[in-house]
Design a protein around this ligand. Structure first.
Ligand code: NAP
Length: 314
């Protein structure tokens, strides 16, 4: 599997990584434990060296599972995220220094690692970043040797930019053909500061696979039931017409086109995949292709024009 530098962290990561939110059962409904294990093992067998998780996924159980499954395997990197306090009756975001220090120690225990590779603040507000306490605490934990690098999982361009300004070495961002403008807005910040970029939600939660009908219904325990109104979903499904013609030749599916589009962006260190089965993982790895060009230049220009025509600023 091809590798890319994770910014200037000194870590070399595979351009495809395994994200574990969907696998944990939290986002899209349950996945049986045996399948969770199989997907993790399969990712290793395929050469994936980067695994992405959060202390919040399955209440910490996903960190523990990764720690056990990946124990003793050399050259495996784990990115985790902190910043959600589950101690009270209702989970709440917390980015004060004391909380973050305790959260890092809890991750070290669950992952079974004295030194964590990368820890990200999990969707902080811009106010939390601007305040400085959270970023200072993460820098201190890094200097103290508990982690190799820190960063921010950012819900907006503004948060990502503020985090880069405060010294974040890694940014995690939703990146897919529908959110292309965000990377365009950030690329000079990322370039200048040599920030590692983890791109997640590359399939726009499965939408970009192009398999859904306009009356698609999601189960109550699937976050997608709340994500789009039925009008918004229908609009997005119509916009998929812009992606459809990208399929052809070595680009075997819309899923492949969507993933290759993410991989062709030079600032991306790794595309964080969200398969919920070995079948899905195998499809994604096979269809990512054998390396640049992921999509031909003419195909990228044509795709950008078609996206513009359907109202997506790419
Ligand atoms: N704040 C953050 O840092 C953050 C935020 C979001 C996600 N992430 C990470 O990134 C990972 C992926 O992101 P995501 O879940 O938001 O979005 P995604 O990768 O765009 O979508 C995942 C969904 O796509 C579908 N899918 C996956 N592989 C497929 C395949 N081969 N064929 C057809 N459908 C396929 C599955 O849906 P079905 O269940 O319908 O099959 C799956 O649940 C997560 O697991 C998480 O670890 C991080």
């Amino acid at each position: 599997m091809r590798r890319r530098p994770l910014g200037k962290t000194g870590l070399s990561v595979t351009e495809l990584s395994l994200g574990t939110w969907g696998l944990s059962g939290d986002g899209y409904g349950p996945v049986v434990e045996s399948e969770q294990d199989k997907v993790i093992d399969r990712a290793r067998a395929l050469g994936v060296n980067l695994f992405e998780t959060a202390d919040a996924y399955a209440g910490g159980a996903m960190e523990r599972r990764l720690g056990e499954r990946l124990k003793g395997i050399e050259d495996v990197r784990i990115v985790t995220k902190i910043g959600t306090d589950h101690e009270g009756a209702v989970p709440r975001k917390r980015f004060d220094a004391k909380y973050l220090e305790g959260a890092v120690d809890a991750c070290r225990e669950r992952l079974g690692r004295d030194v964590l590779d990368v820890v990200l603040l999990h969707n902080p507000s811009k106010v939390a970043i601007d305040g400085g306490e959270a970023c200072d605490a993460m820098a201190k934990l890094t200097e103290g040797g508990k982690l190799r690098a820190w960063g921010v999982s950012a819900g907006s361009v503004e948060v990502a930019r503020a985090a880069i300004e405060k010294g974040a070495l890694v940014i995690s961002l939703a990146l897919n053909v529908f959110t292309a403008g965000d990377l365009a807005a950030l690329s000079s910040d990322i370039d200048q500061k040599e920030v590692g970029l983890l791109a997640h939600s590359v399939l726009s939660y499965g939408l970009l696979c192009g398999h859904w009908s306009s009356d698609k219904v999601f189960a109550d325990n699937d976050h997608r039931a709340e994500r789009w109104t039925s009008d918004e979903l229908r609009r997005r499904l119509r916009q998929l017409d812009a992606l459809r013609p990208a399929v052809g030749g070595e680009v075997l599916s819309m899923r492949a086109a969507a993933l290759r589009w993410v991989l062709h962006h030079r600032p991306v260190s790794s595309a964080v995949l969200g398969p919920r089965s070995c079948l899905q993982l195998d499809q994604l790895v096979r269809e990512a292709g054998k390396g640049p060009p992921y999509l031909e230049d003419w195909a990228l220009v044509a795709l950008r024009n078609r996206l513009h025509e359907v109202g997506v600023d790419a």
